[in-house]
Design a protein around this ligand. Sequence first.
Ligand code: UD2
Length: 284
Amino acid sequence: MELITFCTSFLRTNVVAVTPWLAPIVWEGTFNPLVVDSIYKPMHLSIATTVFAVGKYVRFLRDFLETAEKHFMVDFKVRYYIFTDRGGDVPAVVLAPGRKVTIIPVPGSNRWQEISSRRMEMIQTTIENQIGKEADYIFCLDVDTKFHGRWGAETLSRLVAAVHPGYYKQTHEHYPYERRPASRAYIPAGEGDYYYGGATIAGYVGDVHKLAKYCREQLEADAANSIEAAWQEESHLNRYLLYNKPTKILSPEYLWQDFKAKTNEVQIIRFSQVNKNYAEVRPN
Ligand code: UD2
């Protein structure tokens, strides 16, 4: 009887929960949090979480950290690596035991595209200098975000990406991939799996290091050729993931947007980007 209850409660019929290469796509109702926790919590994993708060984006840190403490990898050892040019403005947030903040000073910039893109270089070098020795898994998250529901060990895997909330119902012809062959982020028409958001990348530290190094090198090669991909590092990320398939994909429940209500597919909003006035928060 118990077994039947278990099986029927884990049926989702209105979403696809596996990729064509048999990686799970994590939706509410496709996993049992109790079973997941009973596997991962005894492992005492160290989880690195990088977040960039450059210039005025430092204002998003309080909500990010306070909501993460309520919902993100609760009961795990988490170290937040906060990359900022405004260390003095990082809010003091009460953290659960075993969780820490490390501030990494970075330069400011007058171009938001550069701030967004340079994250790859800084993630690469910080993994080499520090995180590689301190963590098992890493999450690289946007700061202009909030957690609203459980984000737990169901998101752990070797290489993890999240479906962009704007494109989860679309097919690859409609994805905003870089379509100019002159860019290293080029994806030819007719190719593509999903469109992944740049706001969430995760996985084993070594695998995320490989991805960050690749994106940094491609961004630099494009810059040397005076070309910038349509969506900067997100475009290079999408190309990397097309040819290096993620081992787990997070549904848009893990990357939603504040102005969007739930849908038939998105039954729970776990993490969302906050509404912001781009003209006011960006440097240009
Ligand atoms: C989209 C992407 C985002 C990224 C960006 C690139 C999704 C759903 N959205 O979001 O991930 O690819 O486009 O343009 O995946 N930042 C600062 N200071 C700044 C500007 C940016 O710290 O002045 C950092 C900060 O961590 C922020 C991130 O860069 O969260 C991306 O910022 P954004 O506002 O350009 O990203 P957004 O929300 O348009």
